[in-house]
Ligand binder design. Sequence first.
Ligand SMILES: C[S@@+](CC[C@H](N)C(=O)[O-])C[C@H]1O[C@@H](n2cnc3c(N)ncnc32)[C@H](O)[C@@H]1O
Length: 321
Amino acid sequence: MNYKFYNEDCISGAQKHIEDNSIDLIITDPPYGIGGDKLHKHYNRNEDHVIDGYVEVAAAEYETFSEQWIHEASRILKPGGSIYIVSGYTNLFYILKALRQTQLKELNHIIWKYNFGVYTKTKYVSSHYHILYYIKPGAKHTFNTFCRHDALEKSGSGGSKNYEDREDVWAINKEYKPGQKKNKNELPKALLKKMIAYSSHPGNWVCDMFLGGFSTAKVALEMGRYATGFEISQNMFDHQIREMQKIKFRSLAEFSQRTNELRSNQGVPWTPQELFKLKNRFNTLYKKHGTKKKTIELLCEEFGRGRFGIVNALKKAGGKQ
Ligand SMILES: C[S@@+](CC[C@H](N)C(=O)[O-])C[C@H]1O[C@@H](n2cnc3c(N)ncnc32)[C@H](O)[C@@H]1O
């Protein structure tokens, strides 16, 4: 079975069901302690398609609540595992404080800029969330640096796509789903794909302590990861468990295999014979396919090397590029 979900409180539920050091990645979006069950007042939107049953946490309980669930998250994460916590700013302080009480180590404080901000006439429009990216020390953490863009890909403005994708301010739109059933605060697929691609491998376990619309779980499964987590609301849970039947494991094929792992010959010195062969193969493949990008991609496969290695070796070999 590649998933396991619990209609329970995540604190007692994790204690009951999830072993120490067993989860590779946690992505989670806790209730914000700002009357999330009344969020439509802030967003001024029609709630007809929003599933009832969102459970909010009282502001007075937020500090203890955060300490308890973050303690559990830290316990179940494997050494080297990663956790991403999405938070607004109202109660951010309590989340940061709770994180300090664990052994988790901060790697980035990401700003997620979204569309449809909270509108007001008398101050700036609130249009960002915080994403706290931490790891559990004790083993090398997974960070698939080139999982989305390799080192040589250029952006429209001529910069490096890889660098831009790894900056810590992310502008990602929320999804507009007219007429579809949804959770009050669903995270967009594009945001989840990014965190899952960088911080896990196919076959890893991804946990969401607050499943809501099960978005993390759905994207994780589509990307070939296993999924687990908790949702306290019975109504939301029952609806989403039915929805899970539609999810196709590994259907996001472009992400299901890409990892940071080295190819078979990466780091191995080139022999003069190999350089000679590389030059000839470049010329043949370039004639056939007509683009340098495609030719280099094929050479990476054929020679078991990374893109940088191929480009540098071609320079050395004097191939026509
Ligand atoms: C902000 S939403 C999560 C949204 C989710 N990330 C998504 O994309 O749909 C928080 C969810 O946590 C649930 N919740 C509140 N307290 C909980 C608890 N103690 N344990 C588990 N779930 C809880 C709420 O009912 C709500 O669905």
